[in-house]
Structure formats: C-alpha cells, structure tokens
Write a protein that binds this ligand. Structure first.
Ligand SMILES: [Mn+2]
Length: 221
C-alpha cells in the first residue's frame, strides 16, 4: 500500500495528468488497502489475473499459500466485488495521433499472458497501437518493435528484477516517450513484512532480491 502510494505520488510529482492502474491490486499480502486507494482516487483500473482469480474462485490451491487470495476475498463485501468485476480487461485510449493499448498481460491475452524483457514481440504485430502498456511479469522494460513501443511498467510494490525499487511508467503522449521511474520501497517493505508476519517465503525472497546491476529505468528520490 505505502509502495503504491509512493508510486502514485511520484507520477503526480512528475506532472502525470491521467493515471491508470493495470491490475493486481490484490495478492501476496492479504490486504485491501490498494483497492481502497484506487477507489478513493477514482483511478481507472484494468483487471489483472489476480482479480480474475479472486472473482472466479479458480485459484490453484498450491498457489494460494503465496497469493493469499482467499484471505483477501474474505475481506471484501459484495459491493467491492461488484466494483472489481466492472474493471475491463483492456483499454484503448486515443491521445492526439497516439493509439494506446493498456492490458495486464499482453495484446493477445490481456489478463493472463506474461511478457518479459526477452519475449518475442512479433506475437503482438496486430496490436494496432503506437504504444502498448503491460504488467504481470513485474519486470519493467521499454522496447520498440514494428513501429510500436512496448512497455512493461513493472510493479509498484513487488518488483521482480530488484526487490528494493518499485516501478511506475510515465508516458508523454505528445512526445511518444515513456519513462520507467524507480523509487525505493525498502522502508515500506520492512513495515509490510513486520505487519504481516506470515508472508510466504517466496514473497519474502522476492522482496529481498538484489542485483549487482542497477535496476531498469530511472532512479528517483
Ligand atoms: Mn499479474
């Protein structure tokens, strides 16, 4: 939650006029705090695979020890579930001459696909957009292919390339330029780990992940 707030504040401090959320407000931490913030701020949301699993109840049992989606479900009223169910799985936005496609997964499977820094982007030749924004792998990148800019925005609270640096994307539609912004989540992570004393070791290991390489993107204060 605090990591999400920090990413939101960073985007706004850099002049973001419109903010979109690409999914997975729930999962890993049995908390609904990010959902509350998204609704309070009236941020347009896309459905992530975690929301889809939460709503359908189709959660692989062996994975839920990590995802904690049943615990999260039990914190939500019907009103909250109906709101989440209203989130679209993709969003197309036109800004000037720019056609933007926003998904959680990929253009061919908007909810469940995983696109990594080395994924073959030829699969998405029919995206029909100047820029495509994705999440789901928690691994940020900017890549151009076939006249389209493909962006993985990473993760605000559980980055997988380097656990100490949350990630958001700032896009300037007039210039057609995307930036991946990174911000420290060391202190918010410590608070989370202390508050939820029973997080799965997989989650703790991801948060503790460090790299000898600098995190992808621009380090911001
Ligand atoms: Mn996901």
């Amino acid at each position: 939650m605090a990591a999400f707030d920090r990413g939101l504040a960073l985007l706004r401090s850099k002049g973001a006029s419109d903010v979109y959320f690409l999914g997975d407000a729930v999962g890993y931490f049995p908390s609904v705090a990010v959902l509350h913030r998204l609704r309070e701020e009236r941020i347009p949301c896309l459905m992530g695979n975690h929301e889809a699993m939460l709503l359908s109840g189709d959660i692989p049992p062996e994975r839920d020890a990590v995802y904690r989606l049943r615990d999260t479900f039990n914190l939500l009223t019907d009103d909250w579930l109906a709101w989440i169910a209203s989130w679209p799985r993709l969003r197309r936005i036109e800004v000037g001459t720019q056609r933007l496609l926003l998904v959680h997964g990929s253009p061919v499977d908007p909810t469940f696909d995983y696109v990594y820094p080395d994924t073959d982007l030829a699969r998405f030749a029919d995206a029909a957009a100047e820029a495509v924004f994705m999440g789901n792998t928690h691994r940020p990148f900017l890549r151009s292919f076939g006249g389209t800019l493909f962006v993985n925005i990473g993760s605000s609270g559980l980055p997988r390339d380097h656990g100490a640096w949350g990630s958001v994307c700032l896009y300037d539609a007039a210039a057609g330029r995307a930036r991946i912004l990174r911000y420290s989540i060391l202190d918010t992570t410590s608070e989370l780990v202390a508050r939820f004393g029973d997080l799965h070791p997989t989650v703790l290991n991801t948060l503790a992940r460090r790299s000898s390489e600098a995190p992808y993107g621009e380090i911001c204060d």
